[in-house]
Design a protein around this ligand. Structure first.
Ligand SMILES: [Zn+2]
Ligand SMILES: [Zn+2]
Length: 334
């Protein structure tokens, strides 16, 4: 099969022809339809997550058709259209048992240790990682598995703070922010949704997706956000960037007893915070949350905006992503 493999950190992918994996026991083989390109894969290439034994096939957000099953697979059959839940855990620790497999060992995540989905086929070791998606659009589902799910979990966990009239700000309208704006409005329609970004065009997009206010990051941004939220400040802040600049903005605009969910991985440090403001690093999402989000998508409540690329252009896609030249969500379609 054709696969994009990373042989050396910091170097381009090589397109290799390697043996197609075989299945036994409870394993399945998925013929990949789409693999969403996540910014954490850019971090992987840059050696920010040097866990995988090289060469490795990255790609942790995969949809496709089941091509082969082992004899112990009972819940799926050849030809089923599936999404692969990518946060593979050990399956037996306390966190995995309570459904928080994304909080188990990230070295086990598909594409970070085991080979991932930038290939024609993906080997899936256990059927518990699969979700049937039937006639949903597999290209649009791929980014929901990551950017969508990350936004969904962060907002769902913050819902108790979003009373009618409360304010929620989304810092950064990149891929996670694209979904966060929609999900905030859907799950908490009575709250004021404030989109914040450094790019005017992204704020235009946020307005189309349902944000009530759009704030360009400039010297008066914090004051503008305070003006919208009122003296109490913002109750929920979803920081999709996580840099020193966005965390400073979060601290300046957060109200007392508010929550800042940091989902961006830029490594900024937490400044002094208002009273009882809590900071949580929300990580990805559970398989149940994935199903809930897919329900919203299949009901037509969530929009996606994808751009498809063949596997041979993977290096070009990474270059475009790194220089922020793709506004859509990029998916590789082997
Ligand atoms: Zn990711
Ligand atoms: Zn575990």
């Amino acid at each position: 099969m054709k696969a994009a493999r990373l042989h050396q950190y910091g170097k381009p992918f090589q397109i290799d022809d390697i043996p197609t994996p075989e299945v036994k026991g409870g394993e399945t083989l998925v013929k990949v339809a789409a693999s969403y390109v996540c910014s954490s894969d850019i971090g992987l290439v840059k050696r920010e997550r040097p866990w995988a034994k090289l060469p490795v096939i990255p790609g942790h957000n995969v949809t496709g058709i089941i091509d082969d099953i082992g004899p112990e697979v009972s819940d799926f059959k050849k030809g089923d259209m599936v999404a692969v839940y990518g946060a593979w855990g050990c399956g037996v620790c306390r966190l995995c048992r309570q459904g928080d497999e994304q909080l188990c060992d990230p070295k086990k995540w598909v594409g970070f240790g085991p080979d991932g989905g930038y290939a024609e086929y993906l080997h899936v070791p256990a059927q518990r990682h699969l979700i049937k998606i039937d006639d949903l659009n597999p290209y649009e589902v791929a980014p929901l598995l990551d950017a969508g799910l990350t936004a969904y979990r962060a907002i769902k966990q913050s819902l108790p703070l979003l009373y009618p009239g409360a304010a929620i700000s989304i810092l950064g309208v990149g891929n996670i922010g694209y979904y966060a704006v929609q999900i905030a409005k859907l799950l908490s329609p009575q709250a004021k949704v404030i989109a914040v970004d450094v790019l005017q065009e992204r704020l235009g997009l946020a307005a189309k997706l349902g944000s009530d206010y759009q704030i360009l990051t400039d010297s008066s941004a914090a004051e503008d956000i305070r003006g919208i939220s009122g003296v109490g400040g913002v109750q929920v802040i979803i920081d999709t960037v996580g840099s020193n600049a966005t965390l400073a903005m979060a601290a300046q605009t957060a109200g007392k007893r508010s929550s800042i969910a940091v989902v961006g991985l830029s490594g900024g440090s937490i400044p002094k915070l208002p009273g009882e403001c809590s900071v949580a690093s929300s990580i990805w999402g559970t398989l149940s949350e994935m199903k809930e989000l897919l329900r919203l998508y299949s009901d037509g409540k969530i929009k996606c905006d994808i751009k498809r690329f063949p596997i041979d252009s993977i290096n070009e896609v990474f270059q475009l992503m790194a220089t922020k030249q793709i506004q859509e969500q990029a998916v590789i379609t082997p």
